[in-house]
Write a protein that binds this ligand. Structure first.
Ligand code: NAD
Ligand code: LMR
Length: 328
């Protein structure tokens, strides 16, 4: 349709924001037929830099960009939002785990959830990128009781894409030949990248790369600790790859996942695969009719079960910690 979609981006002046906004405005978030209006939400100190980015967005003359507004207050920023990308939060630095950010960042998501509840559009879709993403998404969701819980999601698509790339390298195939990979659990070092249902050119991935030592000693830790490796190498946390994953997540949510494949996203658990109801955990998901569905009926062997359980236990701990902090 020709009605612009309102996309709110928090942390617009940050490094992910800088990589993300141009992709959205060029049409990659929602597709080439959908005009977008950007609503940039920053803290007051970030407004000037966001204005500079808005000038550059103007200077791209993107045909699909129908307007840019800048806000420093969440109620205004989320008013009428159809899509909300919650990026604004402090990144970790070397030596920290993402969960160490809970007390610093958790407080951001309570007022933002309330603002979404108060003024976002009825079809609002929320993706939380700011860390710790799963638990921040839970905080926001808990403060938006009038919004269906399923509209709150956390980003594990970057982990999914990292896993695709690592597996493709090992198998010596293009990434496009890999399907049905899964990230389970938390966007943290406990996440479980699962290749046991994955296929490489239609064959079971675990037949093509039948190498348990590589799986346990290389693949799983490389994917799970990739964020820290990027920080060590770049001196700053991932930005363009994170923005890319956010674009992939929302594009698939709106447009559907490819036939025969699935992806990974942090969504509210309905109790599937033994993940306690209400936690925001990564699952194998398909997007059908504009909604995420958990892929059902996958066999989970002992090896996978232990890893899923460990990551889910961390999500329970994080939920309990934010309860203690009075954030939910
Ligand atoms: P950054 O420090 O470059 O930018 C963050 C921006 O958010 C800043 O401009 C800051 O002013 C703004 N901000 C802070 N509080 C805000 C609030 N209450 N409302 C609106 N804006 C606010 O950080 P970055 O590198 O862009 O990373 C942002 C977050 O994304 C971090 O928490 C990082 O850890 C996380 N991240 C997550 C993933 C993932 O896969 N889920 C990947 C990469 C980064
Ligand atoms: C990532 O996975 O790159 C981000 O979550 C940033 C981080 O802290 O690792």
């Amino acid at each position: 349709s020709n009605t612009p979609v309102n996309v709110t981006v928090t942390g617009a002046a940050g490094q992910i924001g800088y990589a993300l906004l141009f992709r959205i405005a060029s049409g990659q978030l929602l597709g080439p037929d959908t005009p977008v209006k950007l609503r940039l939400l920053e803290i007051p100190q970030g407004v000037k830099a966001a204005e500079g980015t808005a000038m550059e967005l103007d200077d791209c003359a993107f045909p699909l960009l129908a307007g840019i507004d800048i806000f420093d207050e969440p109620n205004a920023g989320f008013e009428g939002a159809n899509v909300a990308l919650l990026v604004g939060a402090r990144p970790r630095t070397a030596g920290m785990e993402r969960g160490d950010l809970l007390s610093a960042n958790g407080g951001i998501f309570k007022p933002q959830g309330a603002a979404i509840n108060a003024g976002a559009a009825d079809d609002i879709r929320v993706l939380v990128v700011g860390n710790p993403a799963n638990t921040n998404a839970l905080i926001a969701q808990q403060h938006a009781p009038d919004v269906p819980a399923e509209r709150f999601t956390a980003m594990t698509r970057l982990d999914h894409n990292r896993a695709l790339s690592q597996l493709a390298k090992k198998a010596g195939v293009p990434v496009a030949e890999i399907t049905r990979l899964t990230i389970w659990g938390n966007h943290s070092a406990t996440q479980y990248p699962d290749i046991f249902h994955a296929e490489i050119a239609g064959r079971p991935a675990s037949d093509v790369v039948a190498d348990q030592a590589w799986l346990e000693g290389d693949f799983i830790p490389t994917v799970a600790k990739r964020g820290a490796a990027i920080i060590a190498a770049r001196g700053a946390s991932s930005a363009a790859s994170a923005a890319n994953a956010a674009v992939d997540h929302v594009f698939d949510w709106v447009n559907g996942t490819p036939e025969g494949d699935w992806t990974s996203a942090g969504i509210v658990s309905d109790g599937s695969y033994g993940v306690p109801e209400g936690l925001i955990s990564s699952f194998p998901v398909r997007s059908v009719g504009g909604r995420w569905e958990i892929v059902q009926g996958l066999d989970v062997d002992e090896f996978s079960r232990a890893r899923i359980d460990a990551s889910v236990a961390e999500l329970v701990e994080e939920r309990d910690a934010v309860r203690e902090l009075g954030l939910i």
